[in-house]
Design a protein around this ligand. Structure first.
Ligand SMILES: NC(=O)c1ccc[n+]([C@@H]2O[C@H](COP(=O)([O-])OP(=O)(O)OC[C@H]3O[C@@H](n4cnc5c(N)ncnc54)[C@H](OP(=O)(O)O)[C@@H]3O)[C@@H](O)[C@H]2O)c1
Length: 280
């Protein structure tokens, strides 16, 4: 495994498993199989309504707590719930998480960020992060944080490399964790000829080339999958290195084009929605 050293000295693996849109049964299965294969990083969220299942998958895999790097996110409906962190830990079945995000800049997100800072101070989170806080939100947050975040989780892939945001992140040593790293299953991205050509050269699939590009960009990457063969492939990306000219070739795909466009109306809806948490 390769690791990033974060701005508070904690180490995080560069590749992990995402669990967005995985049902509890799929999440449990994917997490268990991934951990047995050698993954240690797994990313979930209150909003994915699969935290209990992720916890079960972790326990079934037998991975030791020291090896595990568990990431989750508080949803806006939880930002003013002073028990939100404890309730999240209870669902996951752990005493602390390795990374705790606030998921969206919606509702009283500053109260959410204060909960992250408190969790860090109390040892309930080893690192903290912001998700979807590009632009004015991170600008505002940085005037108010007492502790800067270690991570920002945002959409990033070869069509959208977050060039502007990365300049700001460098200033604070905040690392980027890419969501939709494979375009959320979009075949256009995976079918770009450059990935097939590089895959042929290195004996890798196009998806593996894209994931290696992420890690060489300095990102941590968390592809989602319910397919055990894909999960295995996605971990098997650290035995080749794209050259500078190959990275430059891939950079030509950057169109500043996101898949997901969030509106202010959606932010208001996010603030109003409460996940129906799994009961058991
Ligand atoms: N913070 C946020 O707001 C936010 C938003 C979205 C996502 N996320 C996080 O980011 C993670 C990644 O995003 P995502 O899961 O939505 O999208 P993604 O990782 O870009 O794509 C997932 C899709 O790619 C397919 N796939 C995975 N590995 C593959 C491979 N080796 N070859 C071919 N296809 C492959 C999966 O299908 P199979 O199941 O068939 O493998 C699935 O359809 C999420 O799971 C979640 O943890 C965060």
């Amino acid at each position: 495994m390769e690791y990033l050293v974060l701005n508070n000295g904690v180490k995080c693996p560069v590749i992990g498993l995402g669990t967005y849109m995985l049902s509890p049964a799929d999440a449990e299965n994917s997490v268990r199989e991934a951990m047995k294969m050698g993954y240690s990083l797994v990313d979930t969220a209150n909003a994915y309504v699969n935290e209990r299942a992720v916890g079960r998958g972790i326990r079934e895999s037998g991975i030791s707590r020291d090896e595990l790097f568990l990431s989750t996110k508080l949803w806006p409906s939880e930002y003013e719930n002073s028990n939100a962190v404890d309730e999240t830990l209870e669902r996951l079945g752990v005493d602390y998480v390795d990374l705790l995000y606030i998921h969206q800049p919606a509702g009283n997100w500053m109260a959410g960020y204060r909960q992250l800072e408190r969790a860090l101070r109390e040892g309930k989170a080893r690192t903290i992060g912001i998700s979807n806080f590009e632009g004015k939100y991170i600008e505002e947050l940085q005037t108010k944080w007492e502790i800067p975040p270690q991570f920002i989780q945002v959409e990033a892939h070869p069509y959208y490399t977050q060039q502007e945001l990365r300049k700001l992140l460098d200033r604070y040593g905040i690392r980027l964790m890419s969501w939709y790293p494979l375009g959320h299953g979009d075949k256009t991205l995976i079918s770009e000829p450059v990935f097939a050509a590089l895959g042929k050269k290195y004996g890798k699939t196009p998806a593996q080339v894209i994931l290696r590009w992420h890690t060489q960009m300095g990102f941590t990457v968390i592809p989602g999958s319910r397919n055990v063969d894909h999960i295995r492939d996605n971990l098997n990306i650290l035995d080749f290195t794209l050259t500078d000219s190959e990275m430059a070739e891939i950079a030509k795909l950057d169109r500043g084009a996101r898949y997901y466009h969030r509106t202010d109306d959606q932010l208001a809806q996010f603030a109003a929605w409460r996940p129906s948490f799994e009961k058991e």
